[in-house]
Unconditional design. Structure first.
Length: 145
C-alpha cells in the first residue's frame, strides 16, 4: 500500500463539529497568507477570527477587534454545517498561535462552503512581529507599568 493509499483509507469518520475528515482537511486547506497581506485583507473588511484559547491570548496578547471563536466549536459562531450564520462569501482571515491551529479551522470553513478563507502564516507571532494591532500579554508585568 502506498502512502497516499494509507492516507485516503485512514479515518473517514467526519468530525461532528466541522463535518469534515482529517484527510479532506489537508486536501482543502486554503493556503496561508503572510501577516501583512492578511492584515491588509482585514483593513479592507475581512472578518478576523482568532481561534487561540483564552490562555493562549493571555500569554501572548490579543488582537483588537478580532472575533474570538473556539476552534473546537465552530458551530457556536458560524452555525452548523449546512446552515451558515455568516454569509459563505464573507472574506475570513483565521489566526491562531501557529498554522497548526489556524490551518485546520480554515480548511473546515472551506469545507463548509466558505469561498474566501485564508489563515496567517506564522500565526499570532507573525501578526505581532509585522507590527499589526496587538495588545501586550495580560500576564506581562511590563503591560501594567
Amino acid at each position: 500500500m502506498t502512502t497516499s493509499e494509507t492516507t485516503t483509507s485512514e479515518t473517514t469518520t467526519p468530525d461532528p463539529t466541522t463535518g469534515t475528515t482529517p484527510a479532506t482537511d489537508a486536501a482543502t486547506a486554503p493556503p496561508p497568507q503572510d501577516a501583512r497581506a492578511a492584515g491588509a485583507r482585514v483593513e479592507r473588511g475581512a472578518l478576523l477570527v482568532d481561534v487561540r484559547s483564552a490562555r493562549g491570548r493571555a500569554a501572548a496578547g490579543d488582537i483588537p477587534g478580532a472575533t474570538l471563536v473556539d476552534r473546537d466549536d465552530l458551530d457556536a459562531f458560524f452555525g452548523p454545517a449546512g446552515a451558515p450564520a455568516v454569509s459563505l462569501d464573507t472574506p475570513v482571515v483565521v489566526v491562531c498561535g501557529s498554522v497548526n491551529g489556524s490551518g485546520p479551522v480554515a480548511a473546515a470553513l472551506a469545507a463548509r462552503g466558505y469561498t474566501d478563507v485564508t489563515h496567517v502564516d506564522g500565526g499570532f507571532p507573525a501578526w505581532r512581529d509585522a507590527g499589526l494591532p496587538a495588545t501586550a500579554p495580560a500576564d506581562d508585568p511590563a503591560a501594567g507599568a
